[in-house]
Design a protein around this ligand. Structure first.
Ligand code: CS2
Length: 470
């Protein structure tokens, strides 16, 4: 366990979207990089909306406990890399001012998939999104894209270099996607600004990986007992962490990531596809099917032999649609994922992973399906996952209990589901949602997803998997 930093670094990074994931992941790597090689890469955290994290950390000088949940027990470490936390809704001007400071060279982001205000099926900016509409017509933004572009505008006006935009969300080719959104928004504001960002800006792609279940009240009480130091907002995570970053920063200004174990590469696409399809894809599939079958966590789900077999079947369908990064065995990667899912120390709720499925399905599951179906390979296990998502977003579980569906499209998904009484009709209505299913794929999916849905509605997830001999 590296010691706390022996100096207080100045702020060199502004992070947008200060959730548990970045505090359990990026903050730890960046602290390690400075412990190894120095530098002023202290982090100013920004919550776009909620004051909760700021309020919790304020009384503890922005320090917090990172808790490693290993099967053999918990280890704790006090993290001090945050220098300040702002809440953008309360003080957007302070956020823009921080992003426009010359010593800030990197803006990192974890704003979740929906935070980019894009169309998940196409990757294009959703200009009808209310936050984007607002930001195009007001100087003071509310969206992450708005903050990036307005802050870059200030830097250009002041004759400064842009900051590097380092997105750490689970999106396909995440850096290129965000670059496209920033350029589209920028062009609508001022074409000359967009040209400058295009020429000078850097948006490296990243692959990020660490399972970080939401912290519970029970965790907070247990951590205080364990460390003897009360902490209102510890973060809980698995031992595993992998960060792969394209080494392409404005002026090469960055922490010594490699010294902290980050893999610095030229092209991260293969790593990213592998992780999104093999980890996040099976996570979502287990979340919907497991939730419907009454399993509370991923560990409980894969502890059920029916689902243990199901996840292996999923990997056998996904692997032909994934190109292995150099030196990586995909079967070994899958086995390691199984052990991570089964870690009894991690209580990662199926309900948490099931959130925002309309924003997650395209890159997690539909990409594998499209590649396989076009190559003439059947995918019954993946089709069952899509059917399970459709049943889930209908809002009623297999016991007839209401599901608390969290999704930016929740109301429309429910309307689509309720527009028909039969599984066939529900599948047809949901496949018609173009933000999720491109037309050609919807046509290819109609027959196999309908077959899976009929089975699923009749038998329930567990028996459907068992009887489908998946
Ligand atoms: C999960 C991810 O909540 C989810 O949708 O699939 O947060 C997952 O735990 C991480 O990507 C693991 O790196």
């Amino acid at each position: 366990m590296p010691a706390d930093l022996s100096y207080r670094p100045k702020t060199g990074i502004v992070h947008l979207g200060l959730g548990a994931f970045f505090r359990a992941f990026g903050c730890v790597f960046i602290e390690d990089a400075m412990a190894a090689s120095g530098g002023d890469w202290g982090i100013m955290g920004v919550s776009l909306r909620s004051p909760d994290t700021r309020d919790a950390l304020r009384g503890q000088e922005w320090g917090y406990t990172s808790v490693t949940l290993a099967p053999e027990g918990e280890q704790t470490r006090w993290i001090t890399v945050l220098n300040d936390v702002l809440v953008a809704r309360e003080d957007p001007e302070a956020v823009l001012a921080a992003m426009a400071k010359p010593e800030v060279r990197i803006v990192t982001l974890t704003v979740t998939e929906k935070g980019y205000c894009h169309n998940p099926a196409t990757g294009a900016l959703n200009v009808d999104h209310p936050d984007i509409q607002h930001d195009l017509t007001h100087d003071v933004p509310v969206s992450a894209i708005g903050f990036l572009v307005r802050a870059l505008q200030r830097r250009r006006a002041a004759g400064m270099a842009p900051f590097t935009v380092l997105t750490c969300d689970n999106l396909p080719e995440n850096g290129r996607l965000v670059r496209g959104l920033v350029l589209d928004f920028g062009r609508r504001l001022d074409p000359a600004l967009a040209d400058w960002i295009k020429a000078e800006g850097k948006f490296p792609c990243t692959m990020v990986d660490r399972i970080t279940p939401a912290t519970t009240e029970a965790d907070i009480a247990r951590v205080a007992e364990l460390t003897g130091r009360p902490d209102a907002a510890p973060v809980m995570h698995e031992p595993f962490a992998q960060w792969v970053i394209e080494d392409d920063f404005v002026g090469d200004a960055r922490p010594d990531f490699a010294a902290a174990g980050v893999e610095m590469v030229r092209d991260v696409t293969a790593h990213e596809h592998m992780k999104l399809r093999m980890l996040n894809g099976t996570h979502s599939a287990l979340a919907y099917t497991g939730y419907l079958a009454g399993h509370e966590t991923i560990a409980d789900t894969v502890g059920d032999p029916v689902f243990a077999a199901y996840v292996r079947r999923l990997w056998s369908e996904i692997i032909p649609a994934v190109q292995a990064p150099e030196g990586v065995s995909l079967t070994e990667y899958a086995e390691a994922l199984f052990d991570r899912y089964a870690n009894p120390g991690i209580r990662h709720r199926t309900w948490q992973i099931a959130m925002d499925g309309s924003q997650k399905l395209p890159q997690r599951i539909l990409g594998s399906l499209a590649a396989n179906l076009s190559a003439g390979r059947d995918c019954p296990a993946l089709c069952l996952a899509v059917a399970a998502w459709m049943r889930y977003v209908g809002g009623m579980d297999e016991q007839g209990q209401e599901i608390d569906v969290r999704d930016p499209l929740a109301a429309r998904l429910r309307d689509a589901s309720e527009s028909a009484d039969t599984p066939e009709g529900k599948v047809a209505a949901l496949l018609g949602m173009r933000e999720v299913f491109p037309e050609e794929l919807a046509e290819q999916l109609a027959q196999p997803v309908t077959a899976a849905a009929i089975h699923l509605w009749a038998k329930g997830a567990r028996v459907a998997i068992q009887e489908g001999a998946l």
